[in-house]
Design a protein around this ligand. Sequence first.
Ligand code: GLU
Length: 497
Amino acid sequence: MANPVRVRFAPSPTGSLHIGGLRTALFNWLYARKHNGAFVLRIEDTDQKRYDPTALATLTEALRWAGLHWDEGPDVGGAFGPYVQSERLALYQQWAQWLVDNGKAYKCFCTTERLAQVNKDKEARKELPGYDRFCRRLTPAEVAEKEAQGLKPVIRMKMPLDGQTVVQDVLRGDVVFENQTQQDAVLLKSDGFPTYHLAHVVDDHFMQISHVMRANEWLPSAALHMQLWLAFGWEIPVYVHLPVMLNPNGKGKMSKRNPPKDKYGNIIPVMVHDYINAGYLPEALDNFLANIGWNFGEERELFTMAEAVERFDLARINPANSAFPTEKLDWLNGEHLRALPLDELARRLRPVLEKAGFSVDETLLQQVTPIVQTRLKTLNEVVAMAGFFFRAEFIPAAPDKLPQKKMDAASTRLALEQSISVLETLRDFGRETTHAAVEKLTETLGLNNSQLFGVLRTAVSGQQVSPPLFETMEIVGQAETLRRLRLALESLKTLAA
Ligand code: GLU
């Protein structure tokens, strides 16, 4: 029987989660769920220079927000822990020493100054930079002597000097590396911390990872990793190097330092938290990312993660790097937003409104939610569109905003007066009744719908964009609607006729 599927997402906690990182996590998660396997979260915090202690919390928050729950990891535990690399140092040290003892790696005492000089000399000779393997030739006696002097070595991989290393990748087939081009990379630093190369191989082995699905940026180091697996004699996991997400113009990786722009020149965020804060739904961001490099089939771009789990298949991953289709996100977000049950949408709108400073009455929220659902593209848009419902004190629009296209103060005044007299006589203030009454009035006044509706919308909501007018008036109520219309009429007096 094949090994059970065990995949991992192995971020380095150096800041908030990058959108590309989320996509890597998502593909691993989809694969695990599809095969009833385990999705493991492993924290690769061995680069102490880049370590950010708050990053772990931010990172797990982003993954949870996206619904990518892990079966094993730092906080949930599991049979293969600890899941934080800085808590596994003894293991890496033990296996680095094993490699030295078995002639697969060696101790190197070269100083940074010497390494710099080697590179400088190489440059002068127009050679590629890289370590000259000086310490590979040290005898055991020389090594012992240096250690006796208290010198702290790094441990380097003894790469084969000729021949080829073949890395089998599910998406790319056999990737062949000429060993001559390879370096004797550092596996363990002099402070006892491992590099990524050693740590991930040791961990993937001891955590019984079946598939290593990671960003294609790691492919150039894959020959080294393959040699490590061979040196240890461990069973090699399946490698899948995922295509990289490029800037929308197809040029360069999406980076925070050099933020990409859309065609209007707006900056496209690259960190997951920016999308959370901008009011995107996790369902939509997941759907959006699943479409980058993978496809659902049937030319379908809109789907849920439950549907994607059913379909997920490595064969549908396109190994070519693909540009970030930024214009798709708003569309997907709107679609997922409309698919949410009303209660759920209300639950998500509440914190957005509260963050904008509104105190949110639950009954009112329940009334407003269905009428904004069809119009919102992001959760945050609710503030501009419907925040006015939750204001303690109504803020009227400036009078010059009341007249609509081809209207002057006089025709606007007339429109308001007539609307007031029609609306105040209504016994029922439901949306159909008011709609019918106002529509009829439109004809009488010789206006079109967008003119009269526009005047009323501006008067009742205080703004030019609002949820549907008659639903809005129903929620605001007859007395308050009339009060606002009269207020608008009054304010018109300040406008010249
Ligand atoms: N810590 C590595 C990174 O963040 C993990 C790569 C991998 O998945 O092996 O890029």
